[in-house]
Design a protein around this ligand. Structure first.
Ligand code: CIR
Length: 273
């Protein structure tokens, strides 16, 4: 039996109409993107996940970035209300897929939250105040999570799309960070590994168990991680990077109920990212 399910979503045929905030639009080759996405799913399987892929229609160009639509905790899952209106159509299918695994709560208007803005580090939940996640969304997160013993802390995100574009977990107490996009003092309880200055987009890494799925394009930062003893599973992620997507964005990890009941897990926390 698999210890975890990884929920993924197919790349929509309309991915070239995706939302873009910090990048200029360049053509995304659908065939290359699908090949890379398939390799990413194989990496998840190699790390012990049962991959369940949802379909995506023409009306949801950004659906492959399934992370933004939900945050999965041991106790429940929060269905988000994405900051980009074009993406709100994505949440219903994800809620259906998560319902057998977790009790569901939802972010309601006027709140907005993108899952990419939520970094869960054991019982500390950092939420990025970005162009996608607003104060009402943060308050709703706090209302749902505080009774469960989580603290919700905010962090300003400047210069990039989401909190996890700037910082992500690569160990129980170790974070990968681009300090130009986030105030590192917020994370002074953790060991910080800096991205290579030539690779500003390299701070997004996906921890699955004791291994980190990481884009092969960022070889300088990969070397820094290796030197720090982080075990890497490299994947090519360049095509979806043109849509401002990274490796955390393309999955939602759901720990098996038995593992969740055993308490704090060895991974990077709910959502594993
Ligand atoms: C968007 O702008 O919503 C998509 N083009 C990219 C979303 C990437 N998701 C993430 O970082 N969690």
């Amino acid at each position: 039996m698999h210890a975890r399910v990884a929920l993924t979503r197919a790349i929509s045929p309309t991915i070239n109409r995706c939302e873009l905030t910090h990048l200029d639009r360049v053509g995304i080759d659908l065939a290359i993107a699908r090949r890379q996405h398939a390799a990413y799913e194989r990496a998840l399987e190699a790390l012990g996940c049962e991959v369940r892929q949802l379909s995506a229609s023409d009306e949801m160009p950004d659906a492959v970035f399934v992370e933004d639509t939900a945050i999965v905790f041991d106790e429940l899952a929060i269905i988000t209300r994405p900051g980009a209106a074009s993406r709100r159509v994505e949440t219903a299918g994800v809620a259906d897929a998560l319902a057998p695994h977790r009790a569901l709560r939802s972010i309601e208007a006027p709140g907005t939250v993108d899952g990419g803005d939520v970094l869960v580090l054991s019982r500390r939940v950092f939420v990025g105040c970005s162009g996608r996640t607003n104060a009402a969304g943060v308050e709703q997160m706090r209302g749902i999570l505080a009774p469960l013993g989580y603290t919700v802390e905010t962090a300003d995100v400047v210069g990039c799309l989401h909190l996890k574009s700037a910082v992500s977990a690569v160990g129980d107490r170790t974070l990968l960070i681009n300090r130009r996009w986030i105030d590192a003092s917020r994370f002074d309880a953790f060991t910080l590994i800096d991205t290579d200055p030539a690779e500003p987009f390299a701070a997004n890494a996906l921890r699955v168990g004791e291994t980190v799925i990481f884009p092969s394009e960022f070889h300088r930062t990969a070397e820094r991680l290796r030197r720090a003893g982080v075990g890497l599973h490299l994947v090519s992620a360049g095509e979806l990077a043109k849509a401002e997507g990274g490796v955390t964005c393309c999955s939602l990890i759901v720990e098996a109920r038995e593992a969740a009941r055993r308490g704090p897990r060895a991974g990077s926390g709910p959502g594993m990212a």
